[in-house]
Design a protein around this ligand. Structure first.
Ligand code: NAD
Length: 289
């Protein structure tokens, strides 16, 4: 049996990767934040500093603990320098080619017993694992939710070749990060996005067909269905490009037209209106708004 995970290399420093690295560091683990983009690494570092300062301000964490958590995170452009880590969590773009290329490199880089996890929202774990050859038993889906420091769920997905040991290690790791892991099987979108994405897509159709304005669509779902946030606001929060890419995986894999992204969603993505991360999506998040 392998030891519990102590150091996680997090590949991708965007919305999810930055949250995973912060949560790991807050839980006493070492985290290495990797991204190709220096700007994204800077943004992640700024986010970590701000979040930890906020916890100190709210007296939810001592200044010493916040400083210790910050010191457990390192940043870099290349994971080659961290090959002794016992776990890697990939949180790069939702694109099968990007992920398979990364997993091929992971199998060549990390120790023979390292856990190779992906935060994919929809792509087959079995398919990603094919890129690792003989290491497929160590590949697993570890699907965190946004914002990672707040959301309790981790959807854990085993591929066809994932070993019982990798599942047990992942469940332990999720719990060590203060999360509640729940198992799902390896079908496109697993449970969460298979159920959520058609709802978001339908909200875009309701907007496009003039059934109601975005604010009213969201308010109806919040007040009428007791949702904490409307589907259009949630789509902005997830990232409209990420929603689009997840829907395309669901459409291709499950072959059902209901998953094909609504033209209104596609139009916003084409225009670069990606939601909170660009300050403009369905709604306007710029300071002036
Ligand atoms: P994002 O666009 O905010 O960030 C992706 C980051 O990956 C970018 O910083 C990009 O520079 C980096 N990247 C791309 N290719 C890379 C490579 N080869 N090496 C290193 N870095 C690379 O995306 P996100 O919202 O953080 O999503 C990341 C993953 O998490 C996706 O698979 C997504 O489906 C999944 N996910 C997203 C959410 C969400 O709410 N946004 C929730 C759960 C899971």
């Amino acid at each position: 049996m392998s030891d519990p995970v102590k150091t996680i290399v997090v590949v991708g420093a965007g919305t999810m990767g930055s949250g995973i690295a912060l949560t790991a560091a807050q839980s006493g683990l070492r985290a290495v934040q990797i991204d190709l983009s220096a700007a994204q690494l800077d943004k992640a570092r700024g986010y970590h500093t701000k979040q930890l300062a906020r916890l100190v301000e709210k007296q939810k964490m001592s200044a010493e603990d916040a400083a210790a958590a910050a010191s457990r995170i390192s940043y870099g452009a290349d994971f080659d320098a961290f090959k002794d880590a016992d776990c890697v969590i990939e949180a790069a773009s939702e694109n099968p080619q990007v992920k398979k290329k990364l997993f091929r490199a992971f199998a060549e880089t990390f120790a023979s017993d390292a856990l190779l996890a992906t935060n994919t929202s929809s792509i087959s774990i079995t398919d990603i694992a094919t890129a690792t050859g003989a290491r497929a038993s160590q590949v697993i889906g570890m699907h965190f939710f946004n914002p990672v420091p707040v959301m309790k769920l981790v959807e854990v997905i085993r591929g066809l070749a994932t070993s019982d040991e990798s599942v047990a290690r992942t469940l332990d790791l999720a719990r060590a990060m203060g999360k509640t892991p729940v198992l799902a099987n390896d079908r496109a979108g697993f449970v969460s996005n298979r159920v959520l994405m058609p709802l978001i897509n339908e909200a875009f159709y309701a907007w496009m067909e003039g059934v109601a304005e975005p604010h009213d669509i969201d308010q109806i779902m919040v007040l009428g269905c007791n949702f904490p946030m409307g589907p259009l606001r949630l789509a902005d929060f997830i990232g409209l490009d990420v929603c689009h890419d997840i829907m395309m995986v669901l459409y291709r894999e499950l072959g059902d037209a209901k998953f094909f992204p609504c033209p209104k969603l596609r139009q916003l993505v084409t225009a670069g209106r990606l939601g909170n991360k660009t300050n403009l999506g369905v709604f306007d998040y710029s300071p002036k708004a």
